[in-house]
Design a protein around this ligand. Structure first.
Ligand code: ADP
Length: 265
């Protein structure tokens, strides 16, 4: 424990007494350290894209770049990095809203396949671009109490990660599987990919904000390192749980378990 010690002099009827006050400030110190860590992390995360934007725009302004393709390539980097900064700030504000309890959830009866189809439409272009095959096994008629937009965000984070971090097996294609089914009193959502996997020692950190297994890859993919922290929060708000199994080099499977409202059909 970290103790704070204060000595107070009190004069009482011409007698001088000393009072020693001891206070346990372990929690306060921990919170302060966490806050400092967080500020350092955020500053670092913001500075990285800014440095790159600054560097490339400086080169564009100063050098007599004849080559149109190089100019285009530099501008594209600036565009991507500023888009990533915007995403980072939006994710930070969103996480703050979720953690402070300021985020409102509009719970209603939701059929999970509708969430899945919505997410698949959004992810399709990225999957095509990365030549990832999206396999689905989606049961109809599975209803839960949920907030549609938040469920889309949850599933989108997982499927988007699977598409971004999947790899091809020997001679095989890059693949992602999305499954929805009911089991006992739960709705289950599974998102699986065929690689790259997460090393054992990283598993316990994977939901921490800003944690990444491969910083360069996350950055190249436009990641913010906040997706899984937000995802876990949304799952908890739905009174569910999230788990993962992964083998480095083989693939990862995320499993989300949500309280089932009803199965229809
Ligand atoms: P990011 O914006 O970096 O994707 P996330 O919070 O969504 O942030 O994920 C944190 C890190 O977890 C990623 O940078 C990546 O290293 C790892 N990760 C997430 N999903 C997968 C996956 N399906 N396969 C391998 N690694 C993953």
């Amino acid at each position: 424990a970290i103790m704070e010690c204060k000595i107070i002099r009190v004069a009482l009827k011409e007698q001088v007494k000393h009072l020693i006050l001891l206070r346990d400030i372990t929690k306060e110190k921990e919170l302060e350290a966490m806050r400092r860590d967080f500020v350092a992390n955020v500053s670092h995360e913001l500075r990285t894209p800014l440095t790159s934007i600054h560097g490339y725009s400086e080169t564009l302004a100063e050098d007599d770049l004849e080559d149109k393709e190089t100019v285009y390539r530099f501008l594209k980097i600036i565009e991507n990095e500023s888009a990533r900064m915007t995403r980072l700030i939006n994710d930070l504000l969103d996480l703050e809203k979720l953690e402070s309890g300021d985020a409102t959830f509009n719970f209603e009866e939701i059929e999970l396949i509708e969430v899945a189809n919505y997410v698949l439409r959004i992810v399709k272009p990225l999957a095509d671009e990365r030549e990832v095959i999206l396999n689905t096994d989606l049961e109809e008629g599975i209803f839960i109490d949920g907030d549609f937009d938040r469920l889309v965000q949850l599933l989108l984070n997982l499927v988007d990660n699977a598409v971004k971090y999947t790899a091809a097996k020997e001679h095989g294609p890059k693949e992602v599987w999305l499954r929805i089914y009911a089991q006992n009193n739960f709705a289950l959502i599974e998102v699986e990919d065929s690689g790259v996997g997460i090393p054992e020692e990283s598993l316990k950190h994977i939901f921490e904000r800003f944690y990444r297994v491969d910083k360069a890859r996350s950055r190249k993919m436009g990641g913010t390192g906040l997706g899984l922290a937000i995802t876990r929060f949304i799952v908890e708000k739905h009174r569910g749980s999230i788990n993962l199994e992964s083998e480095y080099g083989t693939g990862t499977i995320f499993k989300v378990k949500l309280p089932l409202k009803k199965v229809f059909g």
